[in-house]
Design a protein. Structure first.
Length: 237
């Protein structure tokens, strides 16, 4: 993050190190993050950086989002850091990194202990050499609960996500497919019937190079969640 120019951002992502195949390290400031909406504990880091992230549900029982990272496998190392000073009021303070190299990331929700969570995100697969940088577009999305602007996608990709606040003001999640370029296959679908009250409006602006992303809503098992996003597949070459 360019903290100098991003002090007002809903999401503050600090890039600690960028090594090799664009290996991004994000770290938690556990000392200054006791009040954070999301409390992420790094459980294990094994082998080729096999990363297990788990929630400390004992101390995070009141969290808006309880994200249980089940497996993180590949040549990467991810550290997440929160900026509690500027994000203390945020509903969701999510720091997304990048996933670079021959990786395979599995993120799963612990639905048993997170039945009351606002957001249930199930990331199924993420494979290929990518690098994702997130920035907030606070100017045009000042009223959104979560305003995520994917600014750059480096490596074989260039992904830009913007909010379409004008036409999607009422949607929980409004996903617009703007462009479909190169060897891409992006499938995004909304379950607008059950998500009419949702708070996040995501506009996928561009998706470049050899990727295939399929996002679907799993409304059947997550009927009580505000947003249930199932990233079905993300495949590199």
């Amino acid at each position: 993050m360019d903290t100098d120019t991003c002090s007002d951002l809903t999401i503050n992502v600090l890039y600690d190190q960028w090594v090799g195949h664009q290996c991004l390290y994000l770290e938690m400031h556990t000392d200054t993050c006791s009040d954070l909406t999301i409390n992420i504990l790094y459980d294990q880091w094994v082998g080729h950086e096999c990363f297990y992230l788990k929630m400390d549900t004992d101390t995070c029982s009141d969290l808006t989002i309880n994200v249980l990272y089940d497996q993180w496998v590949g040549h990467q190392c991810l550290y997440l850091k929160m900026d509690t000073d500027t994000c203390s009021d945020l509903t969701i303070n999510v720091l997304y990194d990048q996933w670079v190299g021959h990786e395979c990331l599995y993120l799963k929700m612990d639905t048993d202990t997170c039945s009351d969570l606002t957001i249930n995100v199930l990331y199924d697969q993420w494979v290929g050499h990518q690098c994702l940088c997130l920035k907030m577009d606070t100017d045009t999305c000042s009223d959104l609960t979560i305003n995520v602007l994917y600014d750059q996608w480096v490596g074989h990709q260039c992904l830009c996500l913007k909010m379409d606040t004008d036409t999607c003001s009422d949607l929980t999640i409004n996903v617009l497919y703007d462009q479909w370029l190169r060897h891409q296959c992006l499938c995004l679908k909304m379950d607008t019937d059950t998500c009419s009250d949702l708070t996040i409006n995501v506009l996928y602006d561009q998706w470049l190079r050899h990727q295939c992303l399929c996002l679907k809503m799993d409304t059947d098992t997550c009927s009580d969640l505000t947003i249930n996003v199932l990233d079905h597949q993300f495949v590199g070459h």
